[in-house]
Design a protein around this ligand. Structure first.
Ligand SMILES: C[S@@+](CC[C@H](N)C(=O)[O-])C[C@H]1O[C@@H](n2cnc3c(N)ncnc32)[C@H](O)[C@@H]1O
Length: 260
């Protein structure tokens, strides 16, 4: 098929998905099974999870304590559950997701589940590793420094925060913010359609609409995310961009920061 024709078909598919779409909402809360498949087929999630696993593996042993926040349907949890650790606290604030998580992974006796919100979190003993994936952009802008300070306080000295996160191109006003959202999600939607993952494309289209209207979705540029981590007193290591390989700043990143 020639490129122009292929582009038109993709644009028509994007338009029809947006047209028929419930304007706001999150598949994860309403249809966790659909979300689970959609996120699994995201063009860069498998590679992102693999890198997070490799980085955590270097830091953990059978005496280690690990925590995940915003575990959702357990996509990352299932991978991290194969690592060596003594204790893995898997947390999620939403009741439907937590129930789904426990049905999916609850037979693994090495995992401990709890209902928690990262913006209001405390434990008695700090962790060697804290992980999360695609959660931070759901934290409201008014809490974006505070939750990172909480993560710092919940890490042992030398402990690692390992995040998989979707970050945007720079923006400085509302127009450029919306442009940045279209640029990032548009790229992922097109890739998902080309790979035949229409459920992933639809989930991304919904995230785009949520982001534009700031409905429980507040993605930020790479530099702002990195600055916030440093402001919270964590030592940022070189962030790794997983993709897309399009010469732009936006994309799926693995970000590692150490508590000094
Ligand atoms: C896009 S989903 C990602 C789920 C999962 N981490 C994954 O990679 O598939 C976002 C998750 O973040 C959770 N979340 C949103 N706000 C949160 C908060 N303040 N603290 C902890 N989790 C939060 C949601 O409940 C949801 O499960």
């Amino acid at each position: 098929m020639n490129t122009v024709k292929q582009d038109s078909i993709i644009n028509i598919r994007i338009a029809s998905m947006l047209d028929g779409l419930q304007i706001h909402g999150h598949k994860i809360y309403e249809h966790p099974t659909d979300y689970d498949t959609a996120i699994h087929n995201h063009p860069f999630y498998k590679e992102m999870k693999k890198r997070m696993f490799e980085i955590a593996k270097e830091r953990l042993d059978f005496n280690s304590r690990m925590m995940e926040y915003g575990a959702g349907t357990g996509n990352l949890t299932a991978v991290m559950a194969c690592l060596p650790f003594k204790y893995f606290l898997v947390t999620e604030p939403d009741d439907i997701c937590l129930r789904y998580l426990q049905e999916k992974l609850g037979s693994n006796p090495r995992l401990t589940f709890d209902k928690r919100d990262i913006t209001n979190f405390s434990t008695e003993d700090p962790f060697d590793v804290i992980v999360s994936c695609a959660v931070d952009h759901h934290v409201h802008p008014s809490k974006k420094t505070r939750y990172l300070e909480i993560i710092r306080s919940q890490l042992k000295s030398g402990g690692l925060f390992i995040a998989g996160e979707e970050l945007l191109n720079p923006f400085d006003d509302e127009n450029s913010r919306i442009r940045a959202l279209y640029d990032y999600h548009g790229t992922i939607i097109r890739m998902a359609i080309e790979e035949g993952h229409f459920d992933t494309a639809q989930s991304e289209a919904m995230a785009l609409m949520n982001g534009i209207d700031e409905f429980d979705e507040f993605k930020i540029p790479t530099s702002v995310y990195f600055d916030n981590i440093e402001k919270a007193g964590l030592e940022l290591q070189d962030p790794e961009k997983i993709g897309p390989d399009d010469g732009q700043e936006h994309g799926v990143y693995v970000v590692v920061a150490k508590r000094p």
